[in-house]
Ligand binder design. Structure first.
Ligand code: IMP
Length: 208
C-alpha cells in the first residue's frame, strides 16, 4: 500500500472551509495541503453510486492532473427506513426547483422532505440514521486507499439548534439528547463521521 510521507497533498475541494479544516488535521504530520481550486483543477462530476465511488472519482482526477497525491471526501446522511436515502444525493435533496424560490440550497426544505417520507411510513417508524464520510487518497501511480467513518443517530423532528450546517438540526447522535446543531462544535467534531474517518486515515498512514 502507498503511504503518505511529509510532502504536498492536493485536497480535492474548491471549498476553502474544508481545506482549512483538513490542513489543520494533517499539519501535525508534516503534510502541506493545497486545494485543487488553487491549482485551477477542474471539478469532476460526482456520478458514483456510493460515497467511496464519488470520493475516489475526485481524488483520482486531482492526483492525475496535479501529479501529486490527492485526498477527497464525500459525505451524507443515510436514513435506514428510507433504504439509506438521501445518501449520495444528500446535497441534491436541498436543491431548490424553479417553483420553490431562487436557485440555491434550502436545508430546511430537505430536512422536511425526509421527515415527510418518514411520516408516510407511520407513527412508529424506525428513525435510525447515520452520517457517513468517506475519505479517499489517490496517488499519481494509480494506487488508492479509502477510509469510511460513521456517526450513528436518530432523525429528530422538529429541527433544533443553530450551530453546524446541513442536516445537523435533525441529527441526535446515539446516546445523546441534543442535536448536532445544539452541540458545542468541538464536541461535534470529536464524535462526527468526519472525525471517525480521519482517525482511520491517520492510523493507517501515520500510525506505528
Ligand atoms: P459533500 O460531502 O460536501 O458532498 O456533502 C454532502 C452533504 O451531506 C452536505 O451538503 C450536507 O448537507 C450533508 N452533510 C455532510 N456532513 C454533514 C454534517 O456533519 N452535518 C450536517 N450535514 C452534513
Amino acid at each position: 500500500m502507498s503511504k503518505l510521507t511529509a510532502q504536498t497533498l492536493v485536497i480535492a475541494t474548491h471549498n476553502a472551509g474544508k481545506l482549512r479544516e483538513i490542513a489543520a488535521l494533517l499539519a501535525p504530520y508534516g503534510v502541506e495541503c493545497i486545494s485543487a481550486g488553487s491549482l485551477g483543477l477542474p471539478e469532476p462530476a460526482e456520478t458514483g453510486k456510493t460515497f467511496a465511488d464519488n470520493a475516489l472519482i475526485k481524488a483520482r482526477a486531482a492526483a492525475e492532473a496535479a501529479q501529486l497525491p490527492a485526498l477527497a471526501d464525500d459525505s451524507g446522511l443515510c436514513v435506514e427506513a428510507l433504504g439509506g436515502a438521501p445518501g449520495v444525493y444528500t446535497a441534491d435533496w436541498a436543491e431548490r426547483q424553479w417553483f420553490e424560490g431562487p436557485p440555491g440550497r434550502d436545508w430546511y426544505m430537505a430536512m422536511g422532505k425526509v421527515e415527510g417520507l418518514l411520516c408516510e411510513l407511520g407513527p412508529h417508524v424506525d428513525r435510525s440514521c447515520h452520517f457517513a464520510c468517506v475519505l479517499a487518497l489517490a496517488w499519481p501511480d494509480g494506487t488508492s486507499a479509502v477510509y469510511e467513518g460513521r456517526a450513528e443517530g436518530t432523525y429528530s423532528w422538529p429541527p433544533r439548534g443553530t450551530m453546524g450546517f446541513g442536516y445537523d438540526p435533525v441529527f441526535v447522535p446515539r446516546g445523546g439528547t441534543q442535536t448536532f446543531a445544539e452541540l458545542d462544535p468541538e464536541e461535534k467534531h470529536r464524535i462526527s463521521h468526519r472525525a471517525d474517518a480521519f482517525a482511520k486515515l491517520v492510523a493507517a498512514q501515520f500510525g506505528g
